[in-house]
Write a protein that binds this ligand. Structure first.
Ligand code: ACO
Length: 157
């Protein structure tokens, strides 16, 4: 699909219903939305996909939210959003990208691995401890967070 990925100045311009696909909690979204570097995918000048990332620790950027409307999924938009985010992080001198996804998110894990991320750990009960409502996805509870990382090439390594 011929889509256009753009960095966006104001992450609040991204429709919440889109961001809710990856993160149903407004409280969580509020905790990172205003300090995020945001990218959107535009289709006929409408936002159909988005990615938000924040610098967490020195040289480390975490993708907090990646969402594509169902109608536009599986057309390469997620992959393009991650590519742009990785390029930007590298430009900013970051050395590592991180991403976390729920245990039922097998398709997400496939995509992240296709983008070079590797599984480095599991945060047990992350979703039970941080979300008020139980989240059910693919017929099972989204309970643990699978942690993934991508090391960015720098001139040093
Ligand atoms: N089996 C095998 N591979 C699959 C399957 C499947 N059932 N479904 C998709 N894939 C693969 C595709 O083959 C594709 O790989 P390819 O490029 O080699 O063909 C890849 O997964 C999907 O890539 P895209 O089309 O680029 O991804 P998409 O635009 O659909 O976006 C996303 C992926 C963002 C996860 C989207 O599905 C979505 O918005 N889901 C709901 C929200 C969500 O779960 N977000 C992530 C939460 S975690 C977080 O935000 C940090």
């Amino acid at each position: 699909m011929d889509s256009m990925i753009r960095e966006i100045d104001d992450s609040r311009a991204i429709p919440l219903e889109l961001l809710h696909l990856a993160d149903p909690s407004d409280e969580m979204l509020d905790s990172y939305l205003d300090r995020s570097i945001g990218f959107v995918c535009l289709h006929d000048s409408e936002i159909v996909g988005a990615l938000l990332m924040i610098p967490t620790r020195p040289y480390t950027m975490e993708i907090m939210n990646i969402s594509v409307y169902e109608k536009y999924q599986n057309q390469g938009i997620g992959r393009q959003l991650i590519k742009k985010a990785v390029e930007k992080a590298r430009d900013l001198g970051m050395r590592k990208m991180e991403i976390g996804t729920g245990n039922p998110g097998v398709v997400q894990m496939l995509l992240y691995q296709k983008c070079g991320f590797r599984i480095v750990g599991v945060e047990l009960d992350y979703f039970r401890n941080n979300y008020e409502e139980r989240i059910i996805e693919n017929g099972i509870e989204c309970r643990d967070m699978i942690r993934m990382e991508l090391f960015l090439e720098t001139e040093k390594n």
